[in-house]
Design a protein around this ligand. Structure first.
Ligand code: GAR
Length: 205
């Protein structure tokens, strides 16, 4: 019934999930120095590192990572700032039970440097998206989004912090919905049984 979280760095989304009481059996990182590993250990959660440079190919790394994940027999695998593109093989292995959070209102700004690109584009609304992972990078069925205003004078750090605060709100909610069996996917769209709002409007803070 548990969750395995994959991280690469800071781990603030992972921490938000732990603080929300999500049953996490392990946190795995592709970087030994990821700060989130220390946080996970403080919460008494098992940690493991599968370092990508140790593998000759993406496929070999993803196979080892998948094996490490499966040791914990999770019901759900959660990407929380996991900064490696996963192969189609890995995605298929965890099909329908792999969630990601992305720091933009998808399908706008897939990929990296989303806050800089939102500012350059002059959008007035930005945000974050929790979605099921498919082989098509940053394009899977959307579970929930949070929108925040882009304000005059914002730089990428200020805007990113505003978005991150909302990431910490929506990710625990999406994971809880999944674990409670409330998410249905049909025609690439996600419906939440019980009709909870799949949009959060963040504040100007
Ligand atoms: C978060 O903003 C997350 O949305 C983003 O990395 C950050 C990780 O922060 N993820 C991606 O960009 C994935 N493409 P955290 O380690 O503090 O949770």
């Amino acid at each position: 019934m548990s969750v395995v979280i994959l991280i690469s760095g800071r781990g603030s989304n992972m921490q938000a999930l732990l603080e929300a009481g999500v049953p996490v059996s392990a946190v795995l990182s592709n970087r030994a120095g990821a700060r989130g590993l220390e946080i996970a250990a403080r919460y008494g959660v098992s940690t493991a590192v599968v370092e990508h440079p140790a593998y000759a190919s993406r496929e070999a790394f993803d196979a080892a990572l998948g094996d490490a994940v499966e040791r914990f027999a999770p019901r759900l695998v959660v990407l929380a700032g996991f900064m490696r593109v996963l192969t189609a093989g890995f995605v298929a292995r965890f099909d329908g039970r792999l969630l990601n959070i992305h720091p933009s209102l998808l399908p706008a700004f897939p990929g990296l440097h989303t806050h800089e690109r939102a500012l350059e584009a002059g959008v007035k609304v930005h945000g974050c998206t929790v979605h099921f992972v498919t082989a098509d990078l940053d394009h899977g069925p959307i579970v929930i989004q949070a929108a925040v205003p882009v304000l005059p004078g914002d730089d990428a750090d200020v805007l990113g912090a505003r978005v991150l605060a909302q990431e910490h709100v929506v990710y625990p909610r999406a994971v809880r919905w999944f674990l409670d069996g409330r998410l249905d996917i049909a025609d690439g769209r996600v419906r939440v049984k019980g009709n909870d709002a799949q949009l959060v409007l963040g504040s100007h803070a």
